[in-house]
Each structure stands twice: as structure tokens, then as C-alpha cells.
Ligand binder design. Structure first.
Ligand SMILES: [Zn+2]
Length: 298
């Protein structure tokens, strides 16, 4: 019960709560993004996470760069006001040329994941990959893109492979958090050892809170949990650091002793547990909604 109560607090009344009414199904638009008032204190040093995966972000938002033999696949793009400093500045600090970014996968089009898509597309010619429903969210937005919107580009399909050089990311449609949320499976290397990542595209329940939306969310969770297990994923990553602990864990890398596992290599059981907790949390809210419906019909 304590776990479910905690889920409710974290996932329903979390920081996204005020956005719930704006993004769901694209019915209403978001307020214009605001400048981060604490940019000096919230930006973190970018980090090399694996041999071929780099992290840039804030304590709550992650952007990942997967390096390949022919350029970079970027995963998620911060907010419109953070993108220049966090992504462009971050890549440069890491010694990586931002012009080498060939693909940008936007796992869902909320303001803290899609903000830098236009910049990467316009300045560096990167291809932007997004789910169909989230391209629609972008198109319908009135206030969310004060510097202009990314042009509609690649529409993600279930099982689509984004291949660049020697690396491939396989995408899976996972509607729920937004209509066009996409998750992905790819490999990284830890001192040469291959490890499989399950990248979860969206977590919180800041969508229309009714039973059909939770049914969609739950079906997606179960589908991707099975895909992650079949792929042998031992690492769960995403765009919000509070769920994968990336910002903190990557700061412990320097203290890692020889032979110790990578702090993000949580193991297959932990990856399965991640999806199970999301599943149970969603079930708990769905049941509460059903009870409310029943009370209302009395
Ligand atoms: Zn979101």
C-alpha cells in the first residue's frame, strides 16, 4: 500500500501536474516556456556515461548522445531555452562536434524533451524522429515554440530501425504519456562489454486521467516490458533523471573500482521491476477512477 501511495504522490501530483490539462490529446496548448531562473545552479556538467553514450542535462532532464562510426544519434532535447547551453554547449565540452548529430529521436513532445529539435534540425540539418501523435502536438501548439517549430520529418513506426554507421536504435510505439510516445532498444559498451539499454519514452500520468487513457498506458507498458526482457536489457534509461537516477549515478562513476558494475547497469530484474512498478501505479489510479465512476453513478 505504501508503494501505491508513493506512486500516486510521485506520478500524479508530481511536477507535471499543472501540465496535465494542456498536453493531453493535443486539445489545449501549453503556456509559453519560461526562462529557467536558476540556470547556473541547475545545469550539470555533461558526462561520458559509456564508451559510446554521453549524458547532458539538469537534475531532472536528460539528453543522451549515442556515438556511431558515422555520426551521432541524439535522444531528447531539453526545453527551448536550455537546448543551446545544455546540448550544443554540452557536446562541445565533451569534445564532440554538434554538427555530427544526424538523427534526433524525441521520445515525446513535451516541452522539456522537444525544445531543441528545431535548433538541431535548422542549424545542423539533423533528422528529427517523432511519433505521429506528437508531430500533431507540435503542429497544434500555439505557444510552445517561441523560436519556431521543427519541420515535420521522420514519423516513427513500430519496429522502425534508425541505423547510423555501426549502430541501430529500434523504436517502439508506446502511446500513453503522450499519443506519440516512443521507446527504444539499443546497445552501449562498457569498457568494450556490450550492454542493452531499454529507453523508456514517457513515465508520468500527466495525460487525461480517465480509464481508456490508463488502458492505453498499461498496454504500452506491458508491451515494452516484454520487448525489454526479450532484448536482454539490463539498463533502463529515459529523459527524466528522477526515474533512472542518471544525473546522480553518473557522478559516482569516477569512484568506481575495477570489476564493479557500471552504476547504470541495474540488471534485467531491476529493469523488469521498473516496468512492474509503473504498471502497478497505473493500475492503482485506474481502479480509483473506476471507483469514482461507480460513486458518481449512484
Ligand atoms: Zn512528459
Amino acid at each position: 500500500m505504501r508503494r501505491l501511495a508513493r506512486c500516486r504522490a510521485d506520478l500524479i501530483f508530481g511536477q507535471h501536474d499543472s501540465l496535465r490539462h494542456y498536453f493531453s490529446d493535443g486539445l489545449l496548448d501549453a503556456p509559453a516556456p519560461r526562462m529557467n531562473p536558476n540556470r547556473r545552479s541547475t545545469y550539470l556538467e555533461p558526462k561520458k556515461a559509456f564508451d559510446d553514450l554521453y549524458w547532458m542535462g539538469t537534475p531532472s532532464r536528460s539528453t543522451w548522445a549515442l556515438t556511431t562510426s558515422d555520426g551521432i544519434i541524439l535522444y531528447d532535447t531539453q526545453s527551448v531555452y536550455d537546448a543551446e547551453d545544455v546540448i550544443v554547449g554540452g557536446l562541445q565540452k565533451l569534445g564532440i562536434d554538434p554538427a555530427k548529430v544526424k538523427y534526433v529521436i524525441v521520445s515525446h513532445a513535451h516541452e522539456n524533451e522537444v525544445g531543441g529539435a528545431k535548433l538541431m534540425q535548422q542549424r545542423y540539418g539533423a533528422h528529427i524522429v517523432m511519433g505521429a501523435g506528437d508531430w500533431d502536438l507540435v503542429n497544434e501548439s500555439v505557444n510552445g515554440f517561441p523560436d519556431g517549430k521543427p519541420q515535420r520529418d521522420i514519423v516513427a513506426a513500430d519496429g522502425m530501425k534508425i541505423t547510423l554507421g555501426d549502430r541501430t536504435v529500434t523504436l517502439y510505439l508506446m502511446p500513453g504519456h503522450t499519443p506519440g510516445t516512443i521507446s527504444g532498444i539499443f546497445q552501449v559498451h562498457d569498457h568494450g562489454k556490450p550492454l542493452t539499454v531499454a529507453y523508456s519514452g514517457g513515465t508520468e500520468f500527466n495525460f487525461v486521467n480517465d480509464v481508456p487513457h490508463f488502458d492505453t498506458y498499461l498496454a504500452s507498458e506491458r508491451k515494452f516490458a516484454a520487448i525489454a526482457a526479450a532484448a536482454g536489457a539490463t539498463i533502463i534509461l529515459g529523459n527524466q533523471s528522477q526515474f533512472d537516477g542518471a544525473a546522480l549515478k553518473l557522478r559516482t562513476l569516477a569512484d568506481r573500482k575495477p570489476g564493479e558494475p557500471h552504476p547504470l547497469d541495474a540488471g534485467a530484474a531491476a529493469v523488469a521491476r521498473y516496468f512492474k512498478i509503473e504498471d502497478e501505479c497505473a493500475q492503482a489510479v485506474r481502479l480509483k477512477l473506476l471507483a469514482r465512476q461507480k460513486d458518481a453513478s449512484k
